[in-house]
Unconditional design. Structure first.
Length: 212
């Protein structure tokens, strides 16, 4: 599957670019350098995985997750065919944190942090002269760190990996196509060297500037 992905992406890119050239305004058809930044509202499954592991120890354990947190996304790349793009960037995911209780009494807490560089392609089709929608496929390098604490000690474990992610993306061109407001959804599914899976569901907003 990983061998076929570059060919599939290349074919899809050509098709989308051809469609955009006939549908998008002439002022946005030329390619150019791109800079972008965004915020991601990230929620994950670490609390569920932790709760499953604690269930093997015995009954009475519960994990209270703090909920979604805000992460950062900085990137540069190349925009083409209206609003499609190639991106290379750095992603810092929002913290996953919470408390561990035993029969209602807090026994400890945890914090999971993850970040890394990535590459992605966004293939978008025009709905009108300024609004574009489509999908994203990317490859995320990630480093994760979990810190667990209780009344007696604190421990930290680190892991890393490289996994594909995908999602939906929309752009609203502004300033005569020189920039765009961006919104999207991405699903990240990471697998560490122990075979454990870590997921992030991310809703994002951001802005891109184009130099074309």
């Amino acid at each position: 599957m990983k061998i076929l992905l570059p060919a599939l992406i290349a074919a899809a890119t050509c098709a989308v670019n051809a469609w955009a050239e006939t549908s998008a305004p002439a002022s946005t058809q030329s390619g150019g350098f791109m800079l972008g930044a965004g915020l991601g509202f990230d929620s994950g499954n670490f609390s569920e995985e932790l709760e499953d592991e604690l269930a093997f120890i015995g009954p009475g354990f519960d994990v209270d997750d703090d909920g979604a947190d805000i992460g950062k996304d900085l990137y540069l790349g190349y925009v083409f065919g209206g609003a499609s793009s190639f991106r290379f960037g750095y992603r810092e995911f929002g913290e996953q944190s919470g408390d561990v209780t035993y029969f209602g009494n807090k026994t400890g807490d945890y914090v999971l942090e993850a970040d890394g560089v990535y590459m992605a392609v966004d293939l978008l089709l025009p709905l009108n002269e300024t609004l574009f929608v489509g999908g994203t496929l990317g490859l995320q390098n990630w480093d994760g760190k979990v810190t667990a604490r209780n009344a007696f000690f604190s421990s930290t474990e680190s892991t890393d990996g490289r996994d594909f992610f995908y999602g939906l993306r929309g752009k609203l061109l502004v300033n005569e196509g020189r920039g765009a407001l961006v919104a999207g959804y991405s699903l990240y599914s990471f697998e560490d060297e122990y075979g454990e899976e870590l997921e992030y569901n991310s809703l994002s907003i951001g802005f891109e500037g184009y130099f074309r």
